[in-house]
Design a protein around this ligand. Structure first.
Ligand code: ATP
Length: 322
């Protein structure tokens, strides 16, 4: 009863006190859509400045117009003097980061990686076809619609996404470990153009690499005195993998250096029996962004050729056609 008393009504939604999670900018609570009788997530973001709200609402309205099975739906938004509240499709499976580290050696099998990558690229294709780039793709921003194995995934956390027209502001954003070389250079020199869509493809390549190997291609720790792949400390536990998202300034510098150096290693012991996967991953991690695989090209990869993906496509069609 006490819990129920703490609910709050915003628009058609009843926001409960049950916290689903929080990040650096937002707190997310379980809410009920009173008109559609469904559970949703209410993301409340502390407002920074009163003046910016028109611009923010304009962006939120673009997100509300998006409708794809692999994009976390934004249903509505509302603001008061202190908070912006965004009502989102509820995802009950946690995020991809926690899902990956919950597996032995922090890696997924090829089939499951393929299933997730296919959905990720389909969601990205939908965005890119509308000239929208996400610009902060990382496993923490990919939600599991329901728990795995073989989870349905949704791209979320569009806090930094911008339609192409907005990109002219040259704002550089994203997490260092997932930024492409051109993003790092833009970050350091502040005058280079930063192209959003190829950056998403690069980040997708990093996510694919992590799922298959349990290691980040640039954000790793080398054991001194050893030079083989085995010397890269695999992500055996949460502590190691979590360093991917909680990098110190010093390791940020190392990671940036490795990214702009541009060398990605595909160690034999992991990749030798998955050549089609290696081919796609290396196409996504091409240094020069004009030569990097687009989502369209990536989806045509030889790697995506299995019955499971046909099932996924059929499921998508069913959702889209209602
Ligand atoms: P960041 O710190 O990455 O900028 P943020 O402050 O924007 O993040 P989110 O990561 O979007 O906040 O949300 C915080 C947490 O809330 C997530 O880790 C997740 O656990 C939960 N969450 C977010 N969106 C949903 C959703 N649609 N359904 C269920 N839980 C969600």
């Amino acid at each position: 009863v006490k819990q129920m008393l703490k609910t709050k009504r915003i628009l058609n939604y009843v926001v409960t006190s049950h916290c689903l999670g929080s990040g650096s900018f937002a707190t997310v609570h379980l809410a009920m859509d009173a008109s559609a009788y469904r559970q949703v997530a209410c993301k409340s973001i502390k407002r920074k400045s009163r003046d910016a709200i028109d611009k923010v609402m304009k962006e939120v309205n673009i997100l509300i117009s998006l409708d794809h099975p692999n994009i976390n739906r934004v249903y509505a938004a509302n603001h008061d003097s202190s908070f912006l509240h965004i009502f989102l499709e509820l995802c009950t499976g946690g995020d991809l980061f926690s899902y990956i580290v919950g597996h032995k050696d922090s890696r997924l099998c090829e089939g499951e990686t393929k299933y997730i990558m296919y959905q990720l690229l389909k969601g990205l294709k939908y965005l890119h076809d509308k000239l929208i780039s996400h610009r902060d793709l990382k496993p923490e921003n990919i939600l599991l619609h329901s728990p795995g194995p073989y989870p349905r995934i949704q791209i979320a956390d569009f806090g930094l996404a911008r339609p192409k027209a907005y990109q002219e502001t040259f704002t550089v954003c994203g997490t260092v470990s997932y930024l492409p070389p051109e993003g790092i250079l833009a970050l350091d020199h502040k005058h280079l153009g930063y192209v959003g869509m190829p950056a998403d493809c690069w980040s997708a390549g990093i996510i694919m690499y992590i799922m298959l190997t349990g290691c980040h291609p640039f954000d790793y720790e080398k054991v001194p005195g050893e030079s083989e792949w085995y010397s890269y400390r695999p992500s055996e536990d949460l502590g190691d993998m979590s360093s991917i998202s909680q990098t110190s300034v010093r390791s940020d510098r190392m990671v940036k250096k490795r990214i702009v150096h541009g060398e990605v290693e595909f160690p034999e012991n992991i990749w030798h029996n998955i050549p089609d996967a290696e081919d796609l991953c290396s196409q996504l991690l091409v240094y020069d962004h004009p030569k990097r695989a687009t989502v369209h090209a990536a989806l045509k990869s030889k790697w995506f050729n299995c019955e499971l993906l046909e099932l996924e496509a059929a499921y998508r069609e069913r959702i889209v056609s209602g």
